[in-house]
Design a binder for this molecule. Sequence first.
Ligand code: EPU
Length: 398
Amino acid sequence: MSASTAATRAWSGEAWHARVDRRKGSAHGRAVRLWAGLSVASRTLGRVQELHDAPLAPLTTFRLGGPATRLVTATTDAEVIAAVREADDSGTPLLLIGGGSNLVIGDKGFAGTALLIATKGFALDGTRLELAAGEVWTDAVARTVEAGLAGVECLAGIPGSAGATPIQNVGAYGQEVSTTITEVVAYDRVTRETVTIPNAECAFSYRHSRFKADPERFVVLRVRFELEDAGGLSGPLRYAETARALGVEPGDRVPVEKARETVLKLRSGKGMVLDPEDHDTWSAGSFFTNPILTEEEFAAFHARVRERLGEGVEPPAYPAGQGHTKTSAAWLIDKAGFTKGYGSGPARISGKHTLALTNRGGATTEDLLALAREVVAGVREAFGITLVNEPVTVGVSL
Ligand code: EPU
């Protein structure tokens, strides 16, 4: 994927700092200090904030990466579009940043304009929901659950902004946004118009979409969802672990708030809910996608597993449609010898989940990439499977 114009966004930097502030009770001060420390030259055009030589690391959940030549913060759709047009007209590389929870920025930083999408907008009309791209996803989920609606409750605690969710078809605990999104409003950088793209034209699949496939084209502005009014109940629980934790059968429904709470508890136990005090969460969540194998590939993999781990060992296997099987990247990493907490440097595998690579503080992007490459090589050697990174890389590759 082209690094320079990666259309990724997740937890907005603004949201990240607001959250830090809430937890530490330091209110606005910390964010203001951060911004004040950012630039050698800054100016404000209307409400658009513009900084030069701006560190990007504080805008990512990894806290990694060098500075951007220029950082623009847009708080309205019109500001987003104006900043994108300006970059496109002048041929300046553009990096979209939402929450930075799925972003690995190289130590050299980004030579171009980084555009922080900080738009706000939560509109619920019956079961119809419209979110501005910059809305904090997990807060929006909480509000839909408060309204007693089902559809996104199992996606609670996912770091990132609403605009990021269609890009990699965010999913967890049996739900994916592709099942509730009705349409995506985006700025099309080719036609230079704002377009409304219906779900059927988003090409959603596992952690993928047309937005991810063509990252230079669309800038997501708004995402529209159709939720379900199930009388205060959740959607059917499709993830065995969630059903088990709730003491019900897969397919059952529970009060929607109960489902949200359970998912948050499960995620926290895996270090998948951001906590500035906990380095296990200085990550991009899952660093690799779960491999999807053809029947032939799975048979070869199965043989490797038995050869290496013994006859009785069965690898995780989930049906993934049309003769395909999904296995678990976390399991592969674990069984290849990279157990929880692996590593001796400032970048290590999370102590709570082998699929998360983490910054223990003081790491560089190169440290992280060295660990990621070691894991990929180790898993390939052990099982003949090449893991693919989930976060978008900027100016670097694995
Ligand atoms: N496992 C291990 N070691 C570990 C953790 C897990 O061996 O340290 C094995 C176990 O066999 C476990 C299996 O991996 O049963 C699956 O683990 P888990 O249920 O945690 O799910 P995952 O496949 O590792 C995926 C998503 C997560 C999402 C969870 C829950 C991907 C790449 N990741 O993880 O999404 O929260 O399922 O639905 O699909 C993310 O994308 O950033 C993310 C956190």
